[in-house]
Write a protein that binds this ligand. Structure first.
Ligand code: PEP
Length: 249
């Protein structure tokens, strides 16, 4: 059985003080047995958030990191720096990073491999643009991104990865993919994992849907055979809505 995982992606929202106050509101509430609850916050909020969530089952994630251990990479943050703070997850290759910060399949792969050196669970984002969907290229794009991201991982590592299928046209737009369409693509991604690794790894790997998930539609996604959770932007920013997402999983 795959444990459902709800991950909030705060993007560039919330100061450290705001993160600490959010943590107080969700403690004991966004904690549901059998559901993994993760908040991916801006770097500056990570220390306050990990401290405020100590003793809860809510995990903390970052939204990016650099694959090198250290070096002359101005403005970057390493996996060791995240690990020291008690961060357990890291989002890799979010479409906003691919679009605005020149992330490529190659850098996504380097980060995915590096995450394991620091006990960080990678949440690897894949998904097609609107024009790619309209051209019937959804599966082709997801295949290219998924295969590239997982290249070089051991079977054991691959089984621990979380993949987030996020059709780009559905992110922050209010236009979500239907649960059935999302499930079809996610089942296809699972087949790709079986081809690249083996059937057991494909059955173990968790694949989320992301794109305008809200408390009122989360259950539809969670009711699908292959969808193991959600990566949520906008609706993860309010404590009450985040709690409902976790409860809905
Ligand atoms: C995201 O940021 O990954 C996301 C899915 O955003 P939203 O839920 O706002 O569409």
């Amino acid at each position: 059985m795959r444990k459902p995982i709800i991950a909030g992606n705060w993007k560039m929202f919330k100061t450290a003080a705001e993160a600490a106050s959010f943590a107080k509101e969700v403690s004991g509430k966004a904690e549901v047995e059998g559901v993994e609850s993760v908040i991916c916050a801006p770097f500056t909020a990570l220390p306050a958030l990990t401290e405020a969530l100590q003793g809860t089952s809510i995990q903390v994630g970052a939204q990016n990191f650099h694959w090198e251990e250290n070096g002359a990479f101005t403005g970057e943050i390493s996996g060791a720096m995240l690990q020291e703070l008690g961060v357990k997850y890291v989002i890799i290759g979010h479409s906003e990073r691919r679009a605005y910060f020149a992330e490529t399949d190659e850098t996504v792969n380097k980060k995915t491999l590096a995450a394991f050196q620091y006990d960080l669970t990678p949440i690897v984002c894949v998904g097609e643009k609107l024009e790619e969907r309209e051209a019937g290229q959804t599966k082709e794009v997801c295949k290219e991104q998924t295969v590239a991201a997982l290249k070089g991982l051991s079977v054991e590592q691959a089984a621990q990865v979380v993949i987030a299928y996020e059709p780009i046209w559905a992110i922050g737009t209010g236009k979500s993919s239907t649960a059935e369409d999302a499930n079809e693509v996610i089942a296809y991604i699972r087949e790709l994992v079986a081809e690249a690794f083996d059937a057991q790894t494909a059955q173990s790997i968790r694949i989320q849907y992301g794109g305008s998930v809200k408390p009122n539609n989360v259950k539809e996604y969670m009711g699908q055979s292959d969808i193991d959770g959600a990566l949520v932007g906008g609706a993860s920013l309010q404590a009450d809505s985040y709690i409902q997402l976790v409860e809905g999983a």
